[in-house]
Design a protein around this ligand. Structure first.
Ligand code: B12
Length: 594
């Protein structure tokens, strides 16, 4: 308490804050939709397309950009509320979206259509918002919105679309413009419409410094307190017990992976970013420190620091050493780093892990995907062994199915290679394999030039992708197949590979027998279900639906591996309650407790 602050004035501060929060109109409501809006009603075997990420097939994780937008706006006095509708719908089958949205009274609504698998849910949520609040502007943004902006703006429920990988200042400009009624012509990266037609403003906002934004975890806590609604700000189902956070270090990429929707070529065309831009080491470490004040969970550094140059990476490490954060730091590498860099990490950080994605064990496939990968399996293994000889806690190695030049037998050989890796490393090294899905990324080279890279696409437009998402099973949902594997073969190869990898993990002690048995059972059930759906195909819809109704997650989540394998061991207390109390205090009483 500050000197002279009476209990009565504190109480008044508390009730004033509640009254203001209740009465105050939200300036910007950010909504994250589920992949398929009415997933609770549909009968779809989504497949293991989300087994490698913390989210489920509902893809309930909202973009990091929601948090950078919220923090940018907050500094400018704009009130933002994030509502993860996808998560609310997942957690409560009775959660009524229209009823919930009808009670809100925002000045503007932003909806992410960042990941293409949201093209069903995002557009439906926009429709509901428009029906309930016809005068409230609906703004869409994210990478898929950027790619499909011309088609998206034709939906009557969509008023504005932002393009590009950085939208905080233009979005702020739009909110100001909407308030004062001035002209929309000057807002960069904006696609909009009026009676005169569709307008595509120039894409000129491509910031060369990323330090103007931050991911402020305290804002999440503050939003939860302000709106008395913790669930709506949580990033994914289970985050409370596995609070992994991500800190982005870069926008744009120097690599040319054929299937990636953020490769060098894609960024040049889609986000107008011709070369990657890195966040300053100071900003990266400040952000990690802010997270560490609140959470004891692991922090994942998105992007390969070495792409920023050795001195850039060295400075990040140096600052991290000085910061002395206790959280596990997870590094990703796009190619094999110099062994000396691993030693540098070990010197600076007590607790660290590696994520590495060779995609395939086969050099020809890897080269086809990455355009001369620049490292061999031997190089990679030397790296793994060097890391394991240090204090590295964990190495997760990711392989993918659906790559250029990859055959079914190549996938099978990847699993043989996983066994080799299991023999090489100890329990800290594990392997994962998953299909590329549900979609080849729009804007990726495989999407833009499918023939050249051996791909066949089953959808091109947004609307076609929306239709794919409500097909009965993931074999029909995949928007691609390759010259080397049909959609059916991709599905078969996935379940075969998953079954064998699971057995190897049990044998080599990477997972318990119990957990492995459950995964094996899940794979067998998903296969049986697929056969049933195939048999039902062509019959009236209701028949296929009855096969699956209510079973969505059972056969699609934790199929190729148990999702818990992706998480770091839990702690009893993941969050620092004192810091949360401090945020609450600051919110209610306008200053930090003395
Ligand atoms: C980190 C990352 C993840 C993290 C999640 C991080 C997160 N919560 O955002 C993980 C690993 C979990 C992940 C998962 C997936 N990812 Co990912 N991911 C990335 C990656 C590597 C970096 C993203 C990043 O750092 N963003 C920085 C933040 C600050 O910016 P932002 O979130 O993009 O937001 C800005 C703009 O996009 C825009 N914006 C975004 N939303 C909105 C909304 C409105 C209203 C407005 C106005 C603007 C706006 O403005 C924001 C602020 O400037 C990108 C590739 C890349 N280099 O960009 C792929 C990428 C975005 N992911 C991709 C994919 C396909 C997926 C998955 C679908 C894969 C899968 N099948 O599992 C899932 C979906 C997860 C979910 N929704 O549940 C593709 C997307 C292609 C596409 N167009 O669909 C990308 C491009 C590349 C790739 N293949 O990985 N991903």
């Amino acid at each position: 308490m500050t000197p002279g602050t009476s209990f009565r004035s504190l109480l008044k501060g508390y009730f004033d804050a509640i009254a203001t929060a209740r009465g105050k109109q939200v300036d910007l409501l950010l909504l994250h939709a589920p992949s398929v809006y009415d997933f609770r009603e549909h009968a779809i075997l989504y497949g293991p397309v989300s087994d490698m990420i913390p989210s489920s097939t509902v893809f309930e994780m909202y973009p990091l950009g929601f948090l950078t937008i919220a923090s940018y706006m907050r500094k400018r006095g704009v009130n933002v509320r994030i509502v993860n509708l996808a998560l609310r719908m997942m957690n409560n089958r009775q959660f009524d979206v229209p009823r919930f949205l009808a009670r809100l009274n925002p000045k503007a609504v932003g909806i992410d259509l960042h990941w293409l698998p949201h093209c069903h849910g995002a557009i439906e949520v926009a429709r509901i918002v428009k029906e309930l609040h016809p005068n409230v502007p609906v703004i869409m943004g994210g990478l898929s919105s950027s790619y499909f902006h011309r088609e998206l703006i034709t939906y009557k429920q969509v008023d504005f679309v932002f393009r590009g990988d950085s939208t905080e200042p233009p979005l702020h400009q739009l909110l100001l413009t909407l308030a004062d009624g001035s002209s929309l012509d000057k807002i960069p990266n904006l696609t909009w419409k009026d009676q005169a037609g569709i307008h595509v403003n120039p894409h000129t906002y491509v910031p060369t410094s990323l330090d103007y934004v931050d991911l402020r975890p305290d804002l999440m806590a503050e939003m939860a307190i302000r709106y008395r609604d913790l669930e709506s700000v949580l990033p994914f189902n289970g985050w409370w017990s596995n609070p992994i956070t991500a800190v982005f270090t870069v926008k744009g990429c120097a690599s040319e992976c054929v299937t990636c929707g953020s490769s060098h070529t894609t960024c040049t065309d889609l986000t107008k970013r011709h070369r990657p831009v890195f966040r300053s080491p100071e900003s990266v470490v400040e952000n990690m420190t802010a997270i560490s004040r609140l959470s004891r969970g692991p922090i994942f550094l998105v992007g390969d620091l070495l792409q920023g140059g050795e001195s850039y990476a060295a400075e990040v490490l140096d600052r991290l050493q000085k910061a002395g954060l206790p959280n596990e730091t997870v590094f990703e590498f796009f190619t094999v780093p110099p062994i000396s860099f691993l030693h540098d990490i070990d010197r600076c950080i007590p607790s660290w892990s590696i994520e590495f994605s060779p995609e395939s064990h086969e050099q020809a496939v890897r080269n086809a995907q990455e355009g001369e990968a620049g490292y061999t399996n031997d190089d990679m293994e030397v790296m793994f062994q060097a890391a394991l000889a240090l204090r590295c806690h964990r190495i997760d190695v990711f392989f993918m199915i659906g790559l250029p030049a990859q055959t079914g037998s190549s996938v099978a050989a990847t699993i043989d290679y996983c066994e080799h890796l299991f023999q090489l490393g100890d329990h800290r090294l594990s392997c994962f394999i998953s299909p590329m899905g549900p979609f080849a990324d729009p804007g990726s080279r495989s999407f833009e030039d499918p023939e050249r890279f051996g791909y066949t696409l089953f959808a091109h437009t947004l609307e076609e992708h929306r239709q794919l998402l409500v097909q009965p099973s993931w074999e029909q949902i995949l928007n691609y197949e390759t010259k080397w594997m049909t959609r059916a073969e991709l599905v078969d190869a996935t379940y075969d590979a998953a079954e064998r990898l699971n057995a190897l993990k049990i044998f080599y002690g990477r997972i318990s027998r119990n957990r492995g048995a459950k995964v094996a059972q899940g794979i067998a059930e998903a296969r049986a279900l697929r056969a049933r759906i195939d048999a039902e195909m062509g019959k009236p819809d209701e028949t296929a639906s009855t096969v699956l109704k209510g079973e969505i997650n059972r056969f699609s989540v934790s199929t190729v591996c148990d999702k818990r394998e992706l998480f770091w061991p839990r702690r009893v207390f993941n969050f620092k309650m004192l810091e949360i109390l401090r945020i609450a205090w600051r919110y209610y009483f306008g200053h930090s407790p003395e």
